[in-house]
Ligand binder design. Structure first.
Ligand SMILES: C[S@@+](CC[C@H](N)C(=O)[O-])C[C@H]1O[C@@H](n2cnc3c(N)ncnc32)[C@H](O)[C@@H]1O
Length: 323
């Protein structure tokens, strides 16, 4: 596995300023990506915007045999990534030529790097990160993805379908993926389709352009490169809990993402209701797990497919990490 290699000065401009990250952050999306890629061996992965490296550790755990590369534009974050997980992945300064040179990839992760967050105005987002720039990044990913490879995203300010590369991808949908993120979504001309409000208990989306807003825009974030792509692919995950072990429900609760908004502030907001059930194993040796279901309860636009459930919060075998 390569360590840090020096790249030429980046031709690439910074997009997202924030370097926030956590281990196993996009676990659901990556689980579905792993299923989509299960027939492949010798998988090569790019994490675009790997920050301080937690995402590279996540990828190493979920794809133990893969060749993993991670780039970032933030040199301080890269120093931490190199120090902490440089033995798990190749870490390099973000640069188009270098991204291409290390490819082609089976999986490209662009999690929370193709956006401007926190959001101040659509004018500012479109100025710092115009649609043309987004489209050229998608073009770069398209060019260095293998056929059938997966582009896994989260928190993008624009829709992949709006780019000229949209027709080259199929959308991969799953019951394990219910939100594509929490940042506002803009049209190519910079107008808002969905705005996002950060309410006390978390982000809430508002429909800004009722002419173009669609359910799928809030959920689609996993795309497979394939010629003549026109339909979506469903890859639903079953419960992960060990069927051999019977469980006792210890707690169940439900909440809406609008609960912390006053009714007058809920107009046009997209509501998701999440149900939680926690189980503990009846027999020793089983794993405690959490089942989560999420469904859309209200929206003033058509579209009802968005409903997801996910069982079994399992940490993967951390023993896969080297000492
Ligand atoms: C919010 S962090 C997300 C980190 C990680 N992907 C995650 O989801 O946990 C966004 C990262 O994208 C990086 N970034 C911004 N513009 C970039 C560019 N042009 N090339 C590579 N990384 C970039 C930032 O420096 C930052 O570390």
């Amino acid at each position: 596995m390569p360590g840090l290699e020096t790249s030429p000065a980046p031709a690439m401009e910074r997009i997202q300023r924030n370097i926030a990250t956590t281990f196993l952050r996009e676990r659901n999306i990556l689980d579905v990506a792993a299923i989509a890629l299960r027939d492949r061996s010798d998988i090569r992965i790019l994490s675009f915007g790997c920050s301080i490296g937690d995402e590279l550790a996540t990828l190493r755990v979920l794809f133990p045999q893969a060749e993993i590369h991670g780039c970032d534009i933030d040199e301080e974050a890269l120093v931490r990534a190199r120090d902490s997980v440089g033995h798990l992945a190749g870490v390099f300064l973000s640069d188009e030529a270098e991204i291409l040179r290390r490819g082609p990839y089976d999986l490209i992760c662009a999690f929370s790097s193709l956006c401007i967050h926190p959001f101040r105005s659509e004018e500012e987002t479109a100025r710092i990160f115009p649609f043309t720039r987004f489209e050229s990044m998608i073009g770069l990913f398209h060019d260095c993805l293998r056929d059938g490879g997966i582009l896994a995203t989260r928190n993008m300010n624009y829709l992949l379908a709006d780019t000229r590369h949209g027709p080259a991808f199929s959308t991969v949908r799953s019951n394990a993926i219910v939100r594509s993120g929490f940042v506002p979504i803009l049209r190519p001309d910079g107008g808002l389709i969905f705005n996002a409000l950060h309410a006390p208990a978390g982000p809430v989306h508002f429909i800004q352009d009722s002419g173009t807003a669609r359910d799928a825009m809030l959920a689609d974030c996993l795309f497979r490169k394939r010629a003549g792509a026109d339909a979506h692919i469903d890859l639903n995950l079953g419960a992960l809990a060990d069927p051999e072990v019977t469980h006792i429900e210890t707690a169940a609760w439900q909440r809406s993402n609008l609960d912390t908004l006053a009714p007058a502030r809920r107009m046009g907001a997209v509501e998701f209701v999440t149900g939680f059930r926690a189980f503990t194993p009846r027999e020793p040796g089983g794993m405690t797990y959490l089942e989560q279901t999420m469904r859309r309860r209200s929206i003033d636009r058509p579209g009802k497919w968005l409903e997801a459930s996910r069982a079994g919060f399992h940490l993967p075998a951390l023993a896969l990490l080297p000492d």
